[in-house]
Design a protein around this ligand. Structure first.
Ligand SMILES: Nc1ncnc2c1ncn2[C@@H]1O[C@H](COP(=O)(O)OP(=O)(O)OP(=O)(O)O)[C@@H](O)[C@H]1O
Length: 272
């Protein structure tokens, strides 16, 4: 008889999609998608606008139902996964910053999984929030209203909310959008540290250069899987043209990649 793999085994994928079809009414976003994300991976999904990246995340989160196929997280069907297993940071563009909550209250919202409605926090929970806020560098603004903090602090606040239950899988929808380039690097460094602590990370982004310089794994997506692998092997003219259409320049220099839009399509390799 084959041995059963424990869900915490590194051999069990964090995410497994089997022949998944996703649609909104008549709009089929993708068909028969098969995808595996290894436990411990730090992966970025890239692709053009409206290609289905957020829909893919929603399916993995179990908040958009599949039309066909199966979604498994750590070998469990997505609807059977223990609450708190996944931490989620939404696109911050969708947040109403006038909503009357403080940074501490936003972080505490992460504790309200599994139908909990009790609004008071225990001493221990408050201490946990303070520790996490300290780790993420937002302990100085815990009592600030969320409209009175910077873009980077907002990103860290929502990251803390997603991490408060010690998730195994962290999902982020465009964590590098709407902040300056220095903050983008800081956020990605922070995510790298969180990943080194054992948390599997899956994010979407439009920033190919950030992926090239910070992420070990990339998934090129356009209404279906185009390719996945290490950025150095995946960011080629052929694959990026398949993913985005034309107008991409890739500059390779001393092991680094720089990707830009251009017409006509070019490939410049300083060190062939
Ligand atoms: N709630 C919804 N109801 C109906 N159609 C939707 C909904 N959300 C997304 N869509 C459609 O599904 C397709 C994929 O959208 P999705 O948001 O997944 O793309 P995306 O790659 O995340 O885009 P972007 O990079 O612009 O955020 C698009 O055609 C979009 O119009």
């Amino acid at each position: 008889m084959p041995a059963t793999l424990h869900s915490d085994s590194p051999l069990v994928p964090a995410v497994k999609l089997i022949d998944v079809t996703a649609r909104y009414d008549q709009n089929v976003v993708f068909n028969d998608l098969c995808l595996e994300i290894a436990a411990g991976q730090f992966a970025g999904i890239v692709g053009p606008t409206a290609c289905g990246k957020s829909t893919l995340l929603k399916i993995i989160l179990g908040i958009h139902a599949v039309s066909a196929g199966q979604v498994e997280l750590y070998s469990y069907p997505v609807d059977k996964v223990r609450p708190g297993t996944i931490g989620y940071v939404p696109q911050l563009g969708s947040v109403d910053w006038n909503f009357p909550v403080t940074v501490e209250e936003v972080i505490s919202m992460g504790l309200y999984t599994n139908g909990r409605i009790w609004p008071w926090l225990s001493k221990q929970e408050r201490a946990c929030i303070r520790d996490l806020a300290h780790r993420l560098g937002v302990d100085d603004c815990l009592q600030n209203h969320i409209s009175d903090i910077s873009g980077g602090q907002r990103q860290r606040t929502f990251l803390a909310r997603a991490l408060i239950n010690n998730p195994k899988l962290l999902i982020l929808d465009e964590p590098t959008s709407g902040v300056d380039i220095k903050t983008q690097h800081e956020v990605l460094h922070l995510l790298g540290d969180i990943n080194s602590g054992g948390i599997t990370i899956l994010l979407t982004t439009h920033d190919l250069n950030a992926v090239a310089s910070h992420l070990p794994w990339v998934i090129c997506f356009n209404r279906g899987m185009v390719a996945q692998g290490r950025p150095n092997t995946i960011f080629t003219n052929e694959i990026l043209t398949k993913t985005y259409g034309g107008d991409i320049v890739i500059v390779k220099s001393e092991g680094h990649l720089l990707i830009a839009n251009s017409t006509p399509l070019n490939f410049i390799d300083e060190h062939p």
